[in-house]
Ligand binder design. Sequence first.
Ligand SMILES: [Zn+2]
Length: 82
Amino acid sequence: MADLYLQPAEHPIAIGERVNRIMIKCQKTGKLVYTGFAMDAQTFEMLPIEDQDPIKCPACGQIHRWKKRDAILERESSAPPG
Ligand SMILES: [Zn+2]
């Protein structure tokens, strides 16, 4: 008798679910900085993110406002060079 691993279909948050950090591009330095938000790609797509609280940029020290269109979902896999 085989042991089947059943995944709960209606479980809202699976432990160990992969989430990506939401980054914005610093207007001063061009670096990606963490907004303090992290979620999976699907949630990110669904959420109507508007006018978030400004964040203090760790790259340049200034305050940046950001919207969804500014947000970049951090990829876990490293992008190939080029
Ligand atoms: Zn900055």
